[in-house]
Design a protein. Structure first.
Length: 315
């Protein structure tokens, strides 16, 4: 199979039939063998019923429905696990991503041997204050922190080699950073393509300003995980050792000063250096233990389900 199109969605019933027809037209006109995977992330508006109807009319439509809303990352995880295509395309269900971009994205993966190609919505139809400006700040921070030189990390329209999505773990809210996850996994040929962005035709956006706050927090997490995720002791242990050593030096100074220099008869507990030494040694011990516990957790952790599937179609 040439292409798997993975579409996570939440309450997008109005756009699903039009999106399906558009994708099918593009696939058939380019003679692709394909599948369309709709991942219903707990919709309450009848989206699943529409997906069931589409699957009855089109043998290439498949669906997965979650018991409740688990988030876009979990939806992508489920879609990636079920995808069978040589190239996997992800796109949003709100008709803001243009299916006409799929053939060129496919060729960049197959002909130019990219591991991943990310869309760049250079010209956007979103609010400048609510989305454009925060998005630019977010993307700049992501480029600086991750080293992945993309202009639009948030674009839902992306293309992947099948082996890429089978070897990365998308969890939490890390869907924004799939290119970073791919790079950390060893897939370094990451490209970018300017894609058409269209104004939302139906409904309203499911994302508010809080997604940018969460995005920056996730960015810190993924930076830490990429550098110290496999060896937390290298981070916490180093800080703990340095802080503990500072406290130990203050303690030695107080001891030597009390025994050989101090003439005023003050108690050690009356001196500020005592509290600096005590705080530093306690903090150093806690940091060291945090690293040690992190190593134990990594050693003993097991894969756990992050979502519950209520129903599937042809998967």
């Amino acid at each position: 199979m040439d292409i798997s199109v993975v579409i996570p969605l939440l309450n997008e019933q109005e756009s699903l039939t039009e999106l399906h027809n558009w994708i099918a037209k593009v696939m058939q006109s380019n003679s692709f063998s394909y599948e369309i995977l709709f991942i219903d992330d707990g919709s309450t508006d009848g989206s699943w019923e529409t997906i069931q109807q589409l699957s009855q009319e089109d043998e290439f439509v498949k669906g997965i429905r979650f018991l409740r809303n688990f988030g876009k990352s979990q939806a992508l995880h489920a879609g990636f696990a079920a995808a069978k295509g040589t190239v996997v395309i992800t796109m949003d269900a709100d008709l803001q991503d243009n299916p006409e971009e799929i053939p060129e994205l496919y060729q960049m993966i197959i002909a130019e041997n990219y591991d991943l190609v990310s869309g760049w919505k250079k010209k956007r139809y979103d609010s400048v204050v609510a989305k454009n400006l925060p998005s630019k700040l977010f993307n700049a921070a992501a480029r600086k922190t991750s080293g992945v030189k993309l202009n639009d990390f948030n674009c839902g329209l992306k293309a992947y080699k099948s082996q890429v999505i089978k070897n990365i773990d998308v969890h939490g809210e890390m869907h924004r950073y799939i290119p970073v996850l791919a790079k950390n996994a060893g897939y370094n040929k990451i490209g970018e393509k300017i894609v058409l962005h269209q104004a939302r035709k139906y409904g309203t956006t499911k994302f508010g300003m809080n997604r940018f706050i969460n995005g920056f927090l996730d960015l810190v997490t993924i930076w830490f995980m990429s550098r110290f995720g496999r060896r937390p002791m290298h981070f916490f242990g180093l800080i703990g050792t340095i802080v503990f050593f500072v406290g130990l030096c203050f303690s030695l100074y107080l001891g030597i000063d009390k025994l050989f220099i101090e003439t005023e008869g003050r108690m050690i507990a009356q001196r500020p250096e005592f509290y600096i030494a005590l705080t530093a040694m306690l903090l150093g011990t806690q940091f060291f233990l945090a690293g040690f516990l992190g190593e134990i957790i990594l050693t003993s952790k097991r894969n756990k389900e992050r979502y519950k599937i209520a129903d599937q179609i042809k998967v």
